[in-house]
Design a binder for this molecule. Structure first.
Ligand SMILES: Nc1ncnc2c1ncn2[C@@H]1O[C@H](COP(=O)(O)OP(=O)(O)O)[C@@H](O)[C@H]1O
Ligand SMILES: O=C(O)C1=C[C@@H](OP(=O)(O)O)[C@@H](O)[C@H](O)C1
Ligand SMILES: [Mg+2]
Length: 173
């Protein structure tokens, strides 16, 4: 039975890479944010706006436990998931955790384009966005570094990279 959790900061590529990696490894793919949105009939943005971040983190924790019941699955989590409650320990107990590591500068470049779907980044741009990412990544890194495996995801991962990662993971899971 295989269960892999992809973790990392917003914009690291968890959703994008996760989908390809799952396909390559013959595993089902679940994106935790998409799962939450389907279960609650609300976008992540709507949940933040209507209930606030604290309520979102409770929901996220509950849904993480729900998806961790699935077998032969690759789960891409949201960037904050490993950093609240005992979520990181829980993932390490129930599956293999893989951290996609990207620098502040590269994250800022990617997130400047797609920040609108991420309520945590609302209203931030330019230098302020870079400073926010730097500060929150520093706080989150100790959680991310509890992952079993760390992959450098600084450059766009090619099909060959995904193939290599899947082969490396196949040896472990
Ligand atoms: N390795 C990469 N290099 C460049 N851009 C990427 C890479 N991975 C993802 N992206 C882009 O970054 C954005 C965020 O990717 P996404 O998969 O949603 O990240 P996450 O789920 O970690 O927040 C998307 O616009 C995606 O196309
Ligand atoms: O880092 C975070 O706090 C968040 C990351 C998002 O997921 P992605 O990492 O897939 O963008 C999503 O769960 C929510 O907007 C909060
Ligand atoms: Mg995502």
């Amino acid at each position: 039975m295989k269960r892999i959790f992809l973790i990392g900061y917003m914009g690291a590529g968890k959703t994008t890479v996760g989908k390809d990696l799952a396909k390559r490894m013959g595993l089902s793919f679940i994106d935790l944010d998409c799962y939450i949105e389907a279960r609650y009939h609300r976008t992540v943005g709507q949940i933040f706006a209507e209930k606030g971040e604290e309520a979102f983190r409770d929901i996220e924790r509950r849904m993480l436990h729900e998806v961790a019941m699935f077998e032969d699955v690759l789960i891409s989590t949201g960037g904050g998931a490993p950093c609240f409650f005992d979520n990181m320990e829980f993932m390490n107990e129930t599956g293999l955790t893989v951290y996609l590591k990207v620098s502040v500068e590269e994250l800022a470049k990617r997130l400047e384009i797609c920040k609108s779907t991420r309520p945590v980044l609302k209203g931030r741009s330019g230098d302020e966005l870079v400073a926010f990412i730097a500060e929150s990544l520093e706080k989150r890194t100790p959680h991310y570094m509890k992952a079993s495996i760390v992959f450098d995801a600084e450059v766009m991962l090619t099909e060959t990279d995904v193939h290599e990662i899947s082969e490396a993971l196949e040896k472990i899971v």
